[in-house]
Design a protein around this ligand. Structure first.
Ligand SMILES: [Fe+2]
Ligand SMILES: [Fe+2]
Length: 244
């Protein structure tokens, strides 16, 4: 396995590794600034691949912030490997994620973020949005890079396969197809529909992102607010129903 690196927004690099066993891309995003930020650590077992990719962009020891949405191996499995190679790095997590997961799991204490809290990267600022159960997990949150309006949206807009790094259309349709295709299978119900889901999508759409940095599948450049609004409707249509 090897990774592909694409600059999807100024100084925002998508590091994509296609995993043939899963038939899915696992994407990390590196924001290169005075205090570099890595979104998603990737799997522990893929750490050497991700490390080589990051090394081609900057000295990994200079990483300052390690972010992820929710506690799962593709989001943060290699967290302790990164903490070992980057002595001044800190994990960023929601208050729930810090207290319930990382307090035990992480080799060093994380920085716990309140909803709406801002983290400075130097020229850029990252805003943390607590989004419990969106895409899934009590601890879930998302990060928004305010300078160029990039939303790191984790599993939202999940697309299987090995698509192009960056597209300007079709992302909602591809995500709809993926959700519809998973219904009835072992991975159905990954995203619960709660009383807060519609409100959360409206809030995310209101950020008006220019780039959507997706963890699995193509990133999107364009009217991100509109795409998020449309995805919210798709999710309500397809999974806004009681669990089965
Ligand atoms: Fe996930
Ligand atoms: Fe994921």
């Amino acid at each position: 396995m090897d990774s592909t690196i694409t600059e999807i927004a100024p100084e925002v690099f998508r590091i994509s590794t296609f995993h043939p066993q899963f038939g899915v891309q696992f994407n990390q995003f590196l924001v290169r600034d005075q205090d570099p930020f890595l979104m998603h650590t990737g799997f522990q077992r893929l750490f050497p691949i991700t490390l080589a990719a990051v090394r081609s962009l900057l000295d990994p020891a200079t990483l300052r912030w390690l972010g992820f949405s929710h506690f799962e191996p593709d989001e943060c499995g290699a967290l302790n490997e990164w903490l070992a190679v980057a002595p001044r790095a800190e994990a960023l997590a929601s208050q729930v994620g810090a207290m319930v997961m990382l307090d035990d799991f992480a080799a060093r204490p994380p920085r716990a973020l309140a909803d709406g809290e801002v983290v400075s990267l130097g020229r850029r600022r990252l805003r943390f949005l607590a989004t419990p159960h969106l895409p899934h997990g009590w601890d879930a949150g998302l990060f928004f890079e305010e300078h160029d309006r990039t939303l790191f949206c984790s599993d939202l807009f999940f697309q299987p396969g090995d698509p192009a790094p960056l597209v300007e259309s079709g992302i909602v349709e591809a995500a709809r197809e993926a959700i519809a295709g998973s219904l009835g299978g072992p991975l159905a119900n990954d995203m619960p529909y709660t009383p807060g889901t519609e409100v959360a999508f409206a809030r995310l759409a209101g950020l008006a992102p220019r780039t959507l940095a997706t963890m699995h599948g193509a990133s999107f450049r364009g009217d991100g607010g509109r795409a998020l609004g449309e995805l919210g409707v798709v999710i309500k249509d397809l999974i806004g129903r009681p669990f089965t």
